[in-house]
Write a protein that binds this ligand. Sequence first.
Ligand code: ZN
Length: 305
Amino acid sequence: MRSLLAVLVAVPSVALAQLPDPAKAQVTSSPVAGNVHMLMGAGGNIGVSVGPDGLLIVDDQFEVLAPKINKALDKLSKAKISYVLNTHWHFDHTGGNGVFGREGRIVAHREVRTRLLVGADMGAFGVIPPAKKEALPVITYDTGMSLYFNGEEIRLTHLPAGHTDGDTLVHFTGSNVVHMGDHFFVDSFPFIDLKSGGSVEGYLRNIEQVLKTLPAGAKIIPGHGPLAGREELERFVATIRESVTLVRAKREAGKTLAQVKAEGMPEKFKPWGAGFINQDMWLETVFTSLEQSAAAAKARAVDTK
Ligand SMILES: [Zn+2]
């Protein structure tokens, strides 16, 4: 999916028809720790809790992959899905809601429901139509909530104005596993959805906070990329922080987006642009987001005069 989305971002939407079909992806399953397993197919990684209470899944990729996801779940347990958690509203994380939401209750941050209800024009990603009723979360929360399932507390924490405005950090406290959704792309520049209330500075604050509070030895399921841990997250946080510092300095020196892109990032970041989001896209996201927050700060200053 990362390479598929890279194509989506890099080319005009005319080429969308030539994209690889997510239906052709294979779904693989691997144990993470404790109750938790991870499924990879196309789109965001799926976290699974398996145990005496049945199944709980975190994100559900694409509807077209639902039969393969079900097959992989069947191998873990014959029990039914009790809950479906959505880390955020994007179509590569909630695409299966219409299927899995008929079996389990969908739980998400309030903004996920709000955004799924209306859909969105996502530019190069296409137009996302309003979700059908069975694909909508039926339990929502504002700042945090917990589910007690399969013998452990599963803690949901809102990560505000980062990747979108409705992202959730899922912490399986007993299994010592966190699912970070799209607040973590392993060793590649992230997609940050500025049109869905996301911001680069908020994203950085959120991942710094996750790193600061990450329990020792915790395994991390990223939104995209392989299973990871503290070391990979440290690397990711450092890259985002350095990107923001770099672009901010250039903006403040009066450089334009075109100049920032032409100058690029230091050589060591080259591999980070090979996947989902290339370096130009990333620099544009950082630049635009800083520009938006500068404009908002200015408006606030005028307001209080
Ligand atoms: Zn996303």
